[in-house]
Design a protein around this ligand. Structure first.
Ligand SMILES: Nc1ncnc2c1ncn2[C@@H]1O[C@H](COP(=O)(O)OP(=O)(O)OP(=O)(O)O)[C@@H](O)[C@H]1O
Length: 309
């Protein structure tokens, strides 16, 4: 058995003139959720479409459970389920009719089709809508039907392209929960441009920007990496900047106006406490202290200049 369900090697794709992705490499474990994060146009859908055999890459290789997708596409595709960005639903069919149709497309033996449809519906919490027309389902339930078709043949890998796009906040929470549940039995990769989505759902993160992989590690490593490292400090009676710069751990102090100062610091859990103590002791009259969080754009920019580990 292969340790990784997916191995992507030196993957590049060019649409006519320009490269959409360039030299992408990653692996996916047998189980768990991997998030592919990137801003609009970063190359997520291109990567997903190649991974599922919908698009033929210009260069590089994709192995699904050790099978080269280019050499044996039929065999490799049997191992995966795919929910594209626009779910391929037939609105004029009922949930049962649609999933039965998908089961036949997936080459499930006739006598096992009913059981496969029932299992997928139960897994996705849509059994009570078996006879409902898909056109009459809410966005969240339509997405569940989309996920049900992706797992109907019990694949080892499920690929979901922006699965929570267009859903309301409650539906987003429900779909995230479902993604985690289906990943208990298999590997799931999903793409998104929303950082909090990956943070809430994934064990691992791969981040692409401008067609290049800019971060590949665990979610914990990512969270450590983007830990805030600057503070906004508001002091009614600020000391000279040199005094603030001299605080152990502080790497720079920048005066923003008469009373507000940005302090950058090295990784430290106690820096805020230290500043509060010093303010009381020296009469700086601290009125507010804020941790500055990086925006996703800043993180992308930061990571784009950072060598891959
Ligand atoms: N069929 C196509 N023909 C030409 N260029 C394309 C095509 N599809 C995508 N591109 C370009 O390739 C780049 C990557 O697009 P891709 O759709 O993979 O990004 P994405 O990260 O999925 O973005 P989004 O979140 O907006 O879907 C973009 O510059 C896009 O304009």
């Amino acid at each position: 058995m292969n340790k990784n369900i997916v191995r992507v090697e030196h993957l590049s794709h060019r649409y006519s003139e320009s490269w959409a992705i360039r030299d992408i490499n990653f692996e996916i474990d047998q189980q768990g959720v991997l998030g592919l994060l990137g801003s609009n146009g970063a190359g997520k859908s291109t990567t997903m479409n190649i991974l599922c055999g919908v698009l033929n890459q210009t260069e590089g290789n994709v192995f699904i459970d050790g099978i080269n997708l280019r050499d044996a596409p039929e065999q490799a595709k049997r191992l995966l389920g795919f929910l594209p960005q626009n779910a391929p639903l037939h609105l004029d069919l009922t949930v049962n009719e649609y999933l039965t149709y998908c089961a036949y497309l997936r080459d499930i033996e006739k006598k096992q089709v009913k059981a496969a449809v029932e299992a997928a519906k139960a897994r996705c919490g849509i059994a009570h809508f078996s006879h409902r027309l898909i056109a009459n389902l809410s966005g969240g339930y339509r997405q569940r039907v989309g996920i049900a078709q992706a797992i109907i043949h019990n694949p080892k890998l499920v690929v979901l392209d922006e699965p929570t796009n267009g859903l309301d906040p409650i539906q987003i929470l429900e779909v995230r929960k479902l993604i985690k549940e289906i990943a208990e039995e298999r590997a799931v990769i999903f793409s998104t441009h929303i950082l909090s989505e990956v943070q809430a759902t994934c064990n691992d993160i791969r981040m692409i920007e401008g067609g290049k992989m800019v971060f590949a590690d665990t979610m914990d490593a990512f969270n450590n990496y983007i830990m805030p490292n600057s503070l906004l400090v508001f002091l009614d009676n600020p000391p000279p900047l040199a005094q603030l710069k001299a605080i152990p751990g502080v790497t720079s102090a920048e005066l923003l106006n008469d009373h507000s100062i940005r302090l950058r610091f090295e990784a430290s859990d106690t820096i805020s406490k230290k500043i509060v103590e010093l303010s009381v002791h020296n009469g700086w009259q601290l009125t507010e202290i804020l941790l500055e969080k990086s925006s996703l754009d800043e993180i992308f920019a930061q990571l784009s200049n950072r060598p891959l580990k």
